[in-house]
Design a protein around this ligand. Structure first.
Ligand SMILES: NC(=O)c1ccc[n+]([C@@H]2O[C@H](COP(=O)([O-])OP(=O)(O)OC[C@H]3O[C@@H](n4cnc5c(N)ncnc54)[C@H](OP(=O)(O)O)[C@@H]3O)[C@@H](O)[C@H]2O)c1
Length: 216
């Protein structure tokens, strides 16, 4: 992957777009209103472009999905499933419901038998979805520096080639990778967002990431 579409005008889109630029990729950041990203484009330099979801999906050879979870299906429809065909889609979304957290625990609009990513994979069956970046705050997505060394990014998806693409990105972005298997594993990975946010909501503590420890 050399040309990355970042579907998302929020903080995740910004962090990942800047990260891909830092590592030498070309980036087109997308919004329903691309005009609001012109300030970012000017600051980001010659390898940065902005466009609509459809323009970015057509142009790219790899895609980041970083939109509000409840709007993810709409964003995929706007991008156009045909334009995503055969492309690695790095899915950072979480299915956070509008209802407020309960004692610091986020509510999801999915259940444990179907993740958001599985729904999106069914919507765009020829896209190669990989769950990634969903279990950490945007401040740590690119080259995080923790005293305990590189944290672990949990990923999953049905296509081995797409996961190899994502491993390459995660190596550059300073992460260890734990591949949890097929798309169904997103049922377990997406709720890590709930766990990650609890210290934030309860103690205003947002400076952490997960690490998987192994005996060998
Ligand atoms: N914030 C974090 O640190 C963090 C960490 C891990 C994962 N995540 C997940 O990453 C995703 C992005 O989070 P975020 O905080 O950067 O931003 P966000 O506020 O959750 O999402 C903003 C994006 O959603 C799009 N959007 C909203 N309604 C839409 C609709 N009806 N149709 C199409 N697109 C729509 C917006 O598009 P327009 O530009 O067109 O308005 C914008 O690009 C979320 O799913 C979140 O759960 C967030």
């Amino acid at each position: 992957m050399k040309r990355i579409a970042v579907l998302g005008s929020g903080p995740v889109g910004q962090a990942l777009a800047d990260g891909f630029l830092k590592h030498g990729y070309e980036v087109m950041r997308a919004s329903r209103e691309p005009g609001k990203l012109h300030g970012w484009k000017t600051a980001a330099g010659p390898k940065a472009q902005v466009g609509t979801f459809a323009e970015a999906a057509r142009w790219a050879d790899g895609v980041v999905l970083a939109v509000k979870g409840a709007a993810a299906a709409e964003a995929i429809a706007l991008a156009g499933p045909a334009s995503l065909s055969g492309k690695t889609v790095m899915d950072a979304t979480n299915p956070i419901a509008d209802a407020p957290p309960q004692n610091g625990v986020l509510r999801f609009f999915t259940d444990l038998d179907e993740s958001l990513m599985e729904r999106l994979q069914k919507q765009a069956p020829d896209a190669r979805f990989v769950k990634v970046f969903s279990c950490v705050g945007n401040a740590f997505m690119v080259n995080p520096a923790f005293p305990g060394g590189p944290p672990t990014m949990f990923i999953c998806g049905n296509d081995g080639g797409a996961k190899a693409d994502v491993r390459t990105v995660l190596d550059q972005f300073g992460w260890e990778v734990a591949d949890m298997g097929t798309a169904e594993a997103a049922r377990a990975i997406e709720p890590l967002c709930m766990l990650w946010c609890i210290p934030g909501f309860r103690q205003n503590s947002w400076g952490h990431a997960f690490k998987l420890l192994r005996v060998s």
